[in-house]
Design a protein around this ligand. Structure first.
Ligand code: GDP
Length: 173
């Protein structure tokens, strides 16, 4: 359980090459200038991105370097951005697997999870359609958004969607 005041841990999960690093660096770059309204993910000089667990291939965006040195695994996130690349069907399947794994870790239904179809700028290389992504999210009961980290398109929408869900969850307690 999250101690009051502890920053939320947001994990970016997904197959290799889907854009987790690109995503995280957008967040990290902006963290300094975030206003206190977004302080669940407070920025400041210590905000950074850590490669937490190479075997799970996950990153976390956080300002809690102390916590990061501990044994983190997929079960420790307060919220998840589950990324795939719309140009890579295998990564889409991987995202589904990860969703199932998360459900096992986190039987509580209220952990915010957003399925993110990244690289939507690569129109001609698309292998996964928008409706496939949307249908998958519906089956897995999570939100869905398509993004382009390269064009910085919808990245912040994904972030704010997640913050909204974290707040809803907090306020309903
Ligand atoms: P990671 O392995 O999930 O951390 O993936 P990276 O963030 O390292 O991205 C892998 C490659 O895809 C890099 O060359 C990125 O520049 C590129 N990339 C990431 N996001 C996008 C995107 O939205 N559009 C395009 N065209 N390329 C992207």
């Amino acid at each position: 359980p999250r101690k009051p005041g502890r920053p939320y841990r947001v994990l970016l999960l997904g197959a290799s090459g889907v854009g987790k690093t690109a995503f995280a660096s957008i967040f990290a770059g902006a963290a300094d200038s975030m206003d206190s309204d977004d302080c669940e993910l407070r920025g400041g000089p210590t905000a950074h991105v850590v490669h937490v667990n190479p075997s799970l291939n996950c990153f976390v965006f956080a300002d809690w370097p102390r916590v990061c040195s501990g044994a983190l695994h997929a079960g420790t996130g307060d919220a998840y951005l589950l990324l795939y690349s719309v140009t890579d069907r295998a990564s889409f399947l991987r995202a589904s697997q990860l969703r199932i794994t998360l459900r096992r870790f986190r039987p509580a239904q209220h952990t915010p999870i957003i399925l993110v179809g990244n690289k939507c700028d690569l129109v001609r290389r698309r292998e996964v359609s928008v409706s496939e992504g949307r249908d998958c999210a519906a089956v897995f009961d999570c939100k869905f958004i398509e993004t382009s980290a390269a064009m910085q398109h919808n990245v912040w929408e994904a972030f704010h969607g997640m913050v909204r869900q974290l707040r809803l969850r907090r306020d309903s307690k």
